[in-house]
Design a protein around this ligand. Structure first.
Ligand code: PLP
Length: 360
């Protein structure tokens, strides 16, 4: 079988060594005679898996001690609600930056709980840019500022952390967490659904500063209370045990690659090669402003969209899967998270050149 590269935006590829280790341990974890899937989450065996994963994530991101790391369920979409439930803390409004599809969903959900001030919006460029920090109209009374550092669908990414002074900064990092080093201390809350860059679907990682937990709305469900999860080591109820274990294997794999500094170098290189190939051709184009192109999700269009179907069919035959752009934007999108090897990106670039030669 020739190599298959899966460019899906999520659930996405996982590193092959992680999958091999999971296969190896599937029926009998460390001679316990049990699969991790079959263990009590309260057992000392499982607790060792869970604690090690948290320690490894803390190590990778150098998470300060005054932050809780939570392993939850409900996806990033639940965080769209959990953030206002926990962070309003007596205030009535929050600032949101709208840079595309995922920002919009976060805004729509937050409006159920508070006054949302859209402090900046890149609607006027069809979400192909990031609004300059100098142009943001932040509200002095906002409980927090929410933004989406990487828009998975539109392919725009912030390449620096915006300054919000003393107002807690909240980030939906679903499609960029662990792609590079991160100064966690700049944030109040960071959250990410696992299925892009962390592990399988079903797990959501939340990193929250400890002074921001403990005050919820009157009607906040216990399951939506960060403090309830923090006080219980993310075991308020049965956590997604197998997904948490697999995420732990991914954290070890990242450390084996040289940690986040090495991951960043690889990711920068992969994305640059692909953007360079797109920019060098008159056949392909990137719809995103060069200053804010994502390292993780690379949308591109064919000059003749009548060829989209042929492109996708031939790519599939060449083992390059899931390149179809999101239904809301069309065109193509190559998601190249940590687990996508450099040779996968090279295979895509060669395929694109060959397709251009035969169809250009
Ligand atoms: C995928 C994604 C989501 C949705 O995640 P779920 O885990 O499916 O709720 C939210 N935000 C961003 C930036 C995403 O990439």
């Amino acid at each position: 079988m020739s190599e298959i590269y899966n460019f899906s935006a999520g659930p996405a590829m996982l590193p092959v060594p992680v999958m091999e280790q999971a296969r190896e341990e599937l029926l009998d974890w460390h001679s316990t005679g049990m699969s991790v899937m079959e263990m009590s989450h309260r057992s000392k065996e499982y607790l060792s898996v869970a604690t090690q994963a948290e320690a490894d994530l803390r190590g990778l991101l150098e998470i300060p001690d005054n932050y809780h790391v939570l392993f939850l369920q409900g996806g990033a979409t639940s965080q769209f609600a959990m953030v206002p439930h926990n962070l309003l803390r007596g205030k009535t409004g929050a600032d949101y930056i709208n840079t595309g599809a995922w920002s919009k969903k976060a805004i729509k959900e937050a409006r159920r709980y508070c006054d949302v001030n859209v402090a900046a919006d890149s609607d006027d460029t069809n979400y192909s840019t990031i609004p300059d920090r100098a142009e943001w109209h932040l509200d002095d009374n906002a409980a927090y500022v929410h933004y989406t550092p990487n828009e998975t669908i539109g392919g725009v990414e912030f390449h620096s952390i915006p300054d919000t002074g003393d107002v807690p900064l909240v980030a939906d990092m679903s499609s960029t967490l662990l792609s590079r080093p991160l100064d966690v201390a700049r944030y109040g809350v960071i959250y990410a659904g696992a299925q892009k860059n962390i592990g399988p679907a079903g797990l959501t990682v939340v990193i929250v500063r400890d002074d921001l937990v403990g005050e919820t709305l009157d009607f906040t469900p216990t399951m939506f209370d960060y403090k309830a999860h923090a006080d219980n080591g993310s075991m308020l109820n049965t956590p997604p045990t197998f997904a948490w274990y697999l995420a732990g294997l991914v954290f070890k794999w990242i450390a084996d690659q040289g940690g986040l500094v090495a991951m960043a170098e690889i990711n920068r290189r992969k994305s640059r090669r692909l953007y360079d190939a797109i920019d060098a051709s008159a056949f392909y184009a990137s719809p995103v402003d060069a200053a804010c192109r994502s390292w993780m999700n690379v949308p591109f269009i064919l000059a003749n969209d009548g060829l989209d179907g042929d492109f996708l069919a031939q790519a599939k035959s060449a083992g390059l899967l899931n390149l179809k752009g999101h239904r809301s934007v069309g065109g193509m999108r190559a998601s190249i998270y940590n687990a996508m090897p450099e040779k996968g990106v090279d295979a895509l670039i060669s395929f694109m050149a060959e397709f251009e030669r035969t169809h250009g």
